[in-house]
Design a protein around this ligand. Sequence first.
Ligand code: ZN
Length: 369
Amino acid sequence: MADHYDVLGVSREATPDEIKKAYRRLARELHPDVNPGAEASDRFKQVTHAYDVLSDPEQRRRYDMGGDSGLGGFGSFGDIFETFFGGGGGAGGGRAGRPRSRRERGQDALVRVALQLDDVVFGTHRDIEVDTAVLCETCTGACCQPGTQPVPCDICGGSGHVQRTVRSLLGNVVTAQPCGSCQGYGTVIPYPCATCQGQGRVRSRRSVSLDIPSGVETGLRLQLPGSGEVGPAGGPNGDLYLEITVANHDVFSREGDDLLATLEVSMSDAILGTTTTIQGLDGEVELELRPGTQGGDVLTVRGRGITPLRGSSRGDLRVGVHVLTPTRLDAKERALIEEFAKKTKAPAPRLAEFHQGLFAKLRERFRQS
Ligand code: ZN
């Protein structure tokens, strides 16, 4: 194979600009449109290949180091040629293939669904309004007036493409472009359906009945395949996505599948113990306070949390105890407490390790929300 520098007639030290100028001059001279004949055609191919290699700094470096072998040699040339000129086969031919179909997949639709925390415990049901494209009932997606049909486009002969010749630096370049008359469909619709203006679909508000599973959380997107809008010309439906928002609850918060709350108890209930009934998200729950309950103790009620999104075993309800210290005492109450303190010989305040327990975190959470 001839040396690329020799082919272009430049020195091995030629600048990129010199290489480009040499190539342009030779290409104008040897281009098959200008200079038919096998010899010119072969030289033109050589020139183009030499330029492809030497105009790419990385390829030029590799060529300088050891020739052309790393580049697939002349074998790759055909592709370059075809890409360049949209020749019969290869890349150019593929692009100018079949006419495109009017039928396309419809777009996905997104609907936001606002839930309360109690909707999440077991899941819930919603009927939501969705505004999307639906199939045109008049033409059932055919886009034509009933009794008529598309006819082949007489501009492109039904191929959907027209050949266009562009004058360029290298002579005439033939490219295939979508036919402007039929937009590349290869057919035209002489009598479009009046209901959908030939689109095969119409916009419509429809009600979608949804079963929202338990355990969902804010930001989750549920996908309903095929429930989005119908495609042009009755193409397959897109998907419907539900974006979930769960409102903050006044009392309960969530940690994984567990529900968290705080129980405020009087000092005497904490000391003596009691039972109390609280209102959970799914009905009443009985809680038992042992005598001597400490502030920060957590009462766990198994299986009264949230049903997970996948799986059936519910999380727990965890209730942190907050002991209310009396703040206003009358004289008699104060005397009783003083007597109590004397009697129990209550220990003096004592330093212990900082308690960063669950309940501390729990209160933190409430402070933030
Ligand atoms: Zn229609």
